[in-house]
Design a protein around this ligand. Structure first.
Ligand SMILES: NC(=O)c1ccc[n+]([C@@H]2O[C@H](COP(=O)([O-])OP(=O)(O)OC[C@H]3O[C@@H](n4cnc5c(N)ncnc54)[C@H](O)[C@@H]3O)[C@@H](O)[C@H]2O)c1
Ligand SMILES: O=CCCC(=O)O
Length: 473
């Protein structure tokens, strides 16, 4: 069995699903292509009502949807409900603004005729998604592309099949056409085959660098447009004039939210030397407060990790970091529960030759670095192959903004927690990937921006310097 829900709190195997059959794949591609041929003749506004309906259905079914996610990958129930609400907000946002953002743009030109860029759908897309936000990752691609008119096939993570089916059901229960989103339990070879199919016109992946490289290779070989939302080692810079009380209220949340399994979690805290001791002491105090337990229980504040495999990988990264010279400032004790719990852990004194310096740790482990100048903080933040997000704290927001603009990542927040909202572009640089999701940038990721220049009759007068054949006479 290929796709499997294993509850990471109880370790119970809840349900298993086989890989998709060739017939299922062919039927999904064919139905999606038929829908594309229908949608391309319609205006985006005609889909807004259906997208609002999907938002409403998500809100009405929030409890069940949230519980499905908790069973699949173990996040806290109240965080799961927050994720469902964010999905509904994203759907509402693109339903309200999609048509306006996709409207035809007129261009000023010396060419003969009226020039305009029209935005057409591209065709069917394949989205390949990870388990850490089982619905939100889908919705980031689904809502904008539904408005554009691109039908979608979903390949979700093998450990979150329940969430994949629940999202698909919401779409099918709405008045949106069934082929708007089809879930397929694909294996990696089937992913490559689907990408190669001429009916697929784009691929959106969120996941690891390794997964990204594989899928981008197949997309590149087949000349399919693609976006890659990959990992991060985001820094949280505390400048020497920062308000340490405000900083410490945010810092632990920025690391421990979703059991630390967030691409934009603050993974490297880079702290000015005058505030370092206070920062580490307060981080330890806050990390010690987590109450492990059943993620369905509202009293629990420390959720299990998503799987035994993920926990084992994090444990081996922490063990190696310590073996190679890092100081264990807090944590790394076993949690006395049978689920996949990892005690929040703080590592310091990590030198550049320690593998932990450059690896992404995808769980509740914070690295803290001491720096003696603003420039040292910037250099350390940029000394990474990844470039997703980041946070800068300063008593002077203008100074914080200046430092933020020197950080080589796709997103930086000054004096606050990073938030993801439909109107804000999301994405990274370097090995964190390329392209953006959400906002107008995400909406335009898979659009044919078609130039049309309309003249009433030919006029050669204004073509001097243009690429035209020389007059034979
Ligand atoms: N930038 C972002 O928006 C973002 C968001 C969430 C997670 N992430 C990153 O995702 C990673 C955690 O997720 P993961 O480890 O499950 O990622 P992963 O790359 O293993 O899996 C993500 C998806 O890609 C599929 N996949 C992986 N390799 C593939 C291959 N060779 N062919 C076809 N499909 C393949 C998986 O089955 C899954 O559906 C972390 O690095 C995290 O930072 C990034
Ligand atoms: O895990 C990555 C997405 C989380 C976010 O939107 O910040």
């Amino acid at each position: 069995m290929a796709y499997k829900t294993v509850n990471p709190y109880t370790n119970e195997v809840v349900k298993e699903y086989p890989y998709a059959t060739q017939e299922q794949i062919e039927s999904a591609l064919s139905n999606a292509n038929d829908l594309y041929n229908k949608w391309k003749l319609e205006v985006p506004q005609s889909r807004a009502k259906q997208l609002h309906e999907i938002a409403d259905l998500m809100r009405q079914n929030s409890d069940d949807l949230a519980k499905t996610m908790v069973t699949d990958m173990g996040k806290l129930l109240r965080e799961a409900k927050g994720e469902v609400e964010l999905c509904a907000m994203i759907a509402d946002y693109f339903a309200d603004h999609g048509a306006e953002l996709l409207k035809t743009k007129k261009l000023e030109t010396i060419a003969t005729g009226d020039a305009q860029v029209k935005k057409h759908p591209l065709g069917t897309l394949l989205m390949v998604e990870p388990w850490n936000f089982p619905y939100y990752q889908i919705m980031r691609v689904f809502a904008p592309n539904f408005m554009v008119g691109n039908p979608m096939l979903l390949k979700h993570a093998a450990i979150t099949p329940g969430s994949a089916l629940a999202f698909e059901k919401i779409v099918k229960d709405s008045s949106a056409p069934d082929a708007s989103l089809t879930n397929l339990f694909l294996n990696y070879d089937q992913v490559s085959d689907v990408i190669a199919d001429p009916r697929i016109q784009g691929v959106a992946l969120t996941g690891s660098e390794r997964g990204g490289r594989s899928v981008a290779k197949a997309a590149g070989f087949n000349l399919k447009k693609n976006t890659m939302e990959l990992g991060g080692t985001d820094s949280f810079i505390v400048l020497d004039d920062a308000d340490i009380d405000e900083v410490t209220k945010i810092a632990w949340r920025a690391r421990l939210y979703n059991a630390g399994q967030v691409c934009t979690s603050s993974k490297r805290f880079i702290v000015a030397d005058n505030l370092y001791d206070q920062f580490v002491a307060k981080l330890k105090e806050n990390f010690a407060k987590g109450k492990p337990g059943d993620p369905m229980d509202n009293q629990t504040t420390l959720a299990p990790m998503n799987s035994e495999k993920a926990k084992d990988k994090l444990q081996s990264q922490v063990d190696e970091a310590i073996e190679k010279g890092a100081t264990l400032a807090y944590g790394n004790e076993p949690v006395d529960l049978s689920g996949q719990f990892f005690q929040p852990t703080i590592l310091t004194d990590i030198k550049p030759d320690n593998p932990a310096y450059s690896e992404e740790m995808f769980g509740p482990v914070a690295q803290v670095y001491k720096v003696s100048s603003e420039q040292e903080a910037i250099d350390l933040a940029n000394d990474s192959d990844l470039g997703l997000g980041g946070i800068v704290f300063s008593g002077d927001p203008k100074r914080g903004e200046k430092v933020a603009s020197k950080i080589e990542t796709g997103m930086v927040f000054v004096n606050n927690f990073m938030v993801s909202l439909p109107e804000l572009p999301f994405g990274g640089v370097k090995n964190s990937g390329y392209g953006r999701e959400m906002s107008d940038l995400g909406l335009n990721a898979f659009v044919n921006e078609q130039l049309i220049v309309t003249a009433t009759k030919p006029n050669m007068d204004n073509l001097a310097g243009g690429l035209v054949a020389t007059d034979p006479e």
